[in-house]
Design a protein around this ligand. Sequence first.
Ligand code: UT7
Length: 323
Amino acid sequence: MIRSVVRGIGSSLPRRIMKNADFEGMVETSDEWIAQRTGIRQRHIAADDETTASLGEAAARAALDAAGLTPADIDLIVLATSTPNNTFPATSVEIQNRLGMRHGFAFDMQAVCSGFVYAVTTADLYIRGGMAKRVLVIGSETFSRILDWSDRSTCVLFGDGAGALVLEAADGAGSIADRGVLAASLRSDGEHKDKLFVDGGPSTTGTIGHLRMEGREVFKHAVGMITDVIEAVFSQAGVTAEDIDWFVPHQANKRIIDASAKKLGIADEKVVVTVNVHGNTSAASVPLALSAAVADGRIKRGDLVLLEAMGGGFTWGAVLVRW
Ligand code: UT7
């Protein structure tokens, strides 16, 4: 059977780092509160010349370099983002143009923090369906542009950045020993739409709007939703928590990551954590964390890697991939 195998990964972060202490004086908060409640110590914030398209392009170029490929080798770009450069055209098409690609096709996916998990699942289906051989899957965000910088309950939580994967069609035996995407489970439930949303948009206010979140409500649902989809993926693939080499969760809050790993029985040393240095970068968080763990040599070819995310909508999902 056809498998979607990871051929390369890359990332890109804005130049400017904003530490927790930099919020003191802007809003009533402290390094201690942010670090204790979330695990975040710093985040990267985009300058005017750094956009979802430019960060996404840089991550894509890094992933192509790691894969030993060029834009000419790519058939499809799927970009997960909730902070596009423009309402339209899709920012993925802008990235396609920046890469000098005059062939193939590109589209954006909007599933907020779950965007990258949705995008990997979608790219895998295009590859297994035979419509694409090599896909750039990008998560790129500039959430700093939609934050209300006077709202301490949200502005301290998010950061900007991008990560990208090259997925490539390869022959597999159909067993879980295969490299590539092995199982996926996606969910959404719009009943929760008012718990995490942006209060503007082209068809309603005609403005971009700002992110609004009932953090405690999101927290309450997160662990249960995350562990449900992971258990669905485990049962599809016929694996258990013990078989997992690396758990790469969405990086929203260290307490959610710890509670999810504990509930699933995944050992602490298998959990990749970057929320301390990146904050919550929404659709970029999983590929940024993956990229860090590949760069420092933790994730190696043949490892069984579990990805997970949950966010606005709500949307949530998990993907199991053998690296
Ligand atoms: O990526 C999408 C998914 N998003 C998430 O997963 C986020 C999920 N939620 C969370 O991570 C947590 O709920 C937060 C980090 C947002 C908040 O932590 P919490 O432990 O749930 O705190 P809380 O909302 O219950 O607030 C506790 C107190 C409140 O004061 P009172 O009402 O107890 O007097 C807040 O007003 O902390 C206050 N507070 C702050 N204090 C200092 C809220 N934000 C801040 C702040 N600095 N930045």
